[in-house]
Design a protein around this ligand. Sequence first.
Ligand SMILES: N[C@H](CCC[C@H](N)C(=O)O)C(=O)O
Length: 274
Amino acid sequence: MNFTKMHGLGNDFVVIDAINQAINLTAAQIRFIADRHFGVGCDQLLLVERPVSGNADFKYRIFNADGGEVAQCGNGARCFARFVRDKKLSDKDEITVDTDAGQLVLRFDDAGLITVNMGVPRHAPEQIPLLMPKEARLYRAEIDGGIFEFAAVSMGNPHAVIRVEDVRQAPVETVGAQLERHKLFPQRVNVGFMEVLSRREIHLRVYERGAAETLACGSGACAAVVAGIEQNLLDDKVGVNLPGGHLMIEWAGRGNPVFMSGPAESVYEGQIRI
Ligand SMILES: N[C@H](CCC[C@H](N)C(=O)O)C(=O)O
């Protein structure tokens, strides 16, 4: 099976053309491919397929390193766009793609960056999903003997966002890991730790559902900016500094889509016997 190894700010992917190859991977096979010692190694695996709706150019599917299929991946969407262009599967400047979270529109800009319309964020607990009786700006959970406040947003995948004074000191491995599988989140959750530098800049680290801490999380950057704007901490255009690099996120408020702009790189082509 042919694949391309790619990354978006160090959030890395194995990307597979499932249009010109017959692909039928089990969760165990995905875990093997994602394994950084016995396989290729990646945070997520992306399958590029034919569209399912009439007005889309492609469908793309996302699998975490633990083998679970999920509905949204911001860095993955940019790498998907770079992949279909590099493989000459499309020469469009604007690509519409079906995902399990709905349609995304991806656009190449002049600086070689890719802007993704990530869709309209969802806030209602049942849309996250989050087992809380009613929507709130901030929720509280007991974790590791302490009480932590968090915001909750769905970008098509679930996110919890915790504000911290200094991301370098954030309890990503402990609190991130415990909140990821907390009983409040029946489908688990991605956990962002956000340090607000100004109304137009944040630092962010993300403990991702199904992948642990990654160098960057595109949907997590969107969720953090949405949560910050909802708490009146941020303006409508924010620079997000992640360990792997920088994303620009724009959101004009409830009912509007979130736009994310950033890079996508190919690293190498490979073949794997599976
Ligand atoms: N771990 C995420 C999927 C990948 C998201 C992330 N890599 C991004 O760039 O948005 C989840 O389980 O919902």
